[in-house]
Design a protein around this ligand. Sequence first.
Ligand SMILES: Cc1cc2nc3c(=O)[nH]c(=O)nc-3n(C[C@H](O)[C@H](O)[C@H](O)COP(=O)(O)OP(=O)(O)OC[C@H]3O[C@@H](n4cnc5c(N)ncnc54)[C@H](O)[C@@H]3O)c2cc1C
Ligand SMILES: *[C@@H]1O[C@H](CO)[C@@H](O)[C@H](O)[C@H]1NC(C)=O
Ligand SMILES: *[C@@H]1O[C@H](CO)[C@@H](O)[C@H](O)[C@H]1NC(C)=O
Ligand SMILES: *[C@@H]1O[C@H](CO)[C@@H](O)[C@H](O)[C@H]1NC(C)=O
Ligand SMILES: *[C@@H]1O[C@H](CO)[C@@H](O)[C@H](O)[C@H]1NC(C)=O
Ligand SMILES: *[C@@H]1O[C@H](CO)[C@@H](O)[C@H](O)[C@H]1NC(C)=O
Ligand SMILES: *[C@@H]1O[C@H](CO)[C@@H](O)[C@H](O)[C@H]1NC(C)=O
Ligand SMILES: *[C@@H]1O[C@H](CO)[C@@H](O)[C@H](O)[C@H]1NC(C)=O
Length: 590
Amino acid sequence: MFLDLAVVAGLASLGFCVTYGSIKHVPQLEWDFIIVGGGTAGSVLASRLTENPKFNVLVIEAGPTNENATESIVPGLGLAHLAMSRFDWNFTTVPQKGLNNRAVTLQRGFILGGTSSVNGMVYSRGPSSDYDRFARVTGDSGWSWDALQKYIKKNEKFELPSDNHDIKDEFDPAVHSFSGKVAVTLPGFLSPAIDSATIQASNELGGDFAFNLDMNSGKPLGLGWTQSTIGHDGTRSSSATSYLDSQTRSRKNLYIVTNTRVTRLLKTPGTKELTIRMVEIRSPDPSDPFTIFTASKEVILSGGAIGTPHILLHSGIGDENDLKALNVSTILHNPSVGRNLSDHPFLPITFGIAPGSIDLGPWVNLQTDPALAAEALDIWNKNGTGPYVQEMPNDHITWARLSKDSPTLALGDPSSGPNAPHIELIFNVISGIFTTIMLFVTPVSRGSVTIGSNNPLDDPLIDPAYLTTESDLPGVREGIRKALNFSKAPVWKNVITGFVGPLANATTDAEIDDVIRNGVESGLHPVGTAAMSSRDASWGVVNPDLLVKKVSGLRIVDASIMPYIPSAHAQVPVYLIAERAADMIKCTWR
Ligand SMILES: Cc1cc2nc3c(=O)[nH]c(=O)nc-3n(C[C@H](O)[C@H](O)[C@H](O)COP(=O)(O)OP(=O)(O)OC[C@H]3O[C@@H](n4cnc5c(N)ncnc54)[C@H](O)[C@@H]3O)c2cc1C
Ligand SMILES: *[C@@H]1O[C@H](CO)[C@@H](O)[C@H](O)[C@H]1NC(C)=O
Ligand SMILES: *[C@@H]1O[C@H](CO)[C@@H](O)[C@H](O)[C@H]1NC(C)=O
Ligand SMILES: *[C@@H]1O[C@H](CO)[C@@H](O)[C@H](O)[C@H]1NC(C)=O
Ligand SMILES: *[C@@H]1O[C@H](CO)[C@@H](O)[C@H](O)[C@H]1NC(C)=O
Ligand SMILES: *[C@@H]1O[C@H](CO)[C@@H](O)[C@H](O)[C@H]1NC(C)=O
Ligand SMILES: *[C@@H]1O[C@H](CO)[C@@H](O)[C@H](O)[C@H]1NC(C)=O
Ligand SMILES: *[C@@H]1O[C@H](CO)[C@@H](O)[C@H](O)[C@H]1NC(C)=O
């Protein structure tokens, strides 16, 4: 219905060399670089590499273009319209032992811009020590927080929120960039009564909830204002809208094919060293011939933490024993491919609000009232303002550490350092319910992406193995107690009535654990399935320069290369990885 109402203004016009749906129009079979997956990282690489007019670049994206994708463009439409839509891979995990054998959905963007075109848009860099740990594990200081600062500058373009409110007490301009590609802003449609009570609660409680002017300084701990990848114009800023703007799309040395799935990578026959520079595209119609594109310089795999190991395994790059069982012939035995999948457990914690105790404003039923939704879209279309300039009214986030006596810490601190959070609490009021979305951001459990057949068009088997170590469950439990602590600030005294939903009846640890195992969903930040490690490590898939170990011509650039899951949402780390990778590639082929 909303599509009929929408008159989306100012859309980028069709690029000169973007082909929709058919690879028959691709003018040549050989390219300098072939980027597999035009997602968050892939779009950065396409943009940066074609800055050099001497390089020509082919991007192959499985999903459709982001242009005219209203549900993606309007932040307020995302939550209700993107999951299980034509812009989703529609993945579900295998039944999860740690979640009472439930299978959970694992949304992934099936669209140009990838998951940045469908995500929740929270802009969080994470603690500096997360990047320093990447540097330590790989032996490459270029992955450290200090060394990555220049890529933060190239990536971020901080803008005023769409309502032009005074933001001087909401962020620290000294740690931001105003000249990069991806628009970042503060909440552009405030919830005045809830926002001021939240800040008062922070002042009253201190400790875990002490006010932090800017959670993106490298020291995120405390409660602060949410920053999001949304522009002053109230539109989503994705990798596709920012790095692949219409000017970039019209470059003569860039060719983007959408609606086209890469099935396998192939080894170049007759080379002494294992060389992988060929990309196979097999149509779902088995009578169609294969198409093979070749990269003279590099194939860059940017299929994301699920797509990348999926393509590698079907190509015969993985654990030889697993592949043999499926009749996939191995071209490179590496048991790390698809292993060490790591994701954040996610749990909504809901509290009641006493009716009439606080002014929730006129939009409180936006998620359930179609008339309000139509009005919000109308304001957004006409003015670029109103409640739809945000995905949700999630104006504040708290990042907290576990308490010193936590059973999780007794097993060894899973965080990267003393400034790194274990727990994230995102505060929202939706439909009159105070919802704290909790992410346990230092999980130790690790799972896998495997394949169940030798047909590359079949879905992979995704097993994040949530809550399968002793370390994670008590951490989630403590997150719930921290949310409860926040609800007990004096300012909420006659406002928040206590838990509603399944936690209302849970008092013992065993009862709370049952609520957790029945309630946890995916935090939607999977990483680690093609991890980077030091050159001499006995494990890992890529070297610190992201070239696949023991292979010539193949690099991996996306969330799969992170050896540890960040204590943050994943898009900023992906952007920084892609910006640095682009520099490394330009340097290699200078
Ligand atoms: C609903 C949701 C909310 C999120 N919220 C946030 C948030 O608020 N903040 C945040 O920082 N992060 C968030 N994330 C996570 C973040 O967006 C991702 O971690 C990040 O975008 C991943 O980037 P990537 O480049 O690794 O993969 P992707 O962006 O997923 O790119 C992979 C691309 O490869 C394509 N592809 C895959 N296989 C093939 C194939 N065989 N052939 C051709 N193309 C292929 C895919 O279609 C996709 O376009 C969220 C994720 C989801 C799903
Ligand atoms: C997007 O919409 C414009 C205006 O309606 C149209 O001209 C264009 O063809 C559309 N692009 C795509 C890719 O659908
Ligand atoms: C996901 O499901 C939607 C809704 O059924 C469908 O339109 C879309 O094509 C599916 N995505 C893929 C990649 O098949
Ligand atoms: C593998 O190939 C053999 C011999 O062709 C066949 O018997 C077997 O069923 C195949 N296994 C799978 C998993 O396809
Ligand atoms: C998983 O990662 C750890 C390091 O965090 C490493 O020691 C281990 O070998 C990895 N496992 C595989 C199969 O790569
Ligand atoms: C339109 O935006 C302006 C500021 O840009 C604001 O003052 C005005 O209230 C908005 N109108 C509506 C209907 O929201
Ligand atoms: C909740 O607050 C109390 C009082 O400040 C504190 O002792 C306790 O550790 C807090 N709980 C958690 C899980 O942080
Ligand atoms: C809590 O328990 C009471 C009494 O058994 C029951 O009526 C209520 O539905 C339960 N609430 C939830 C959210 O399970």
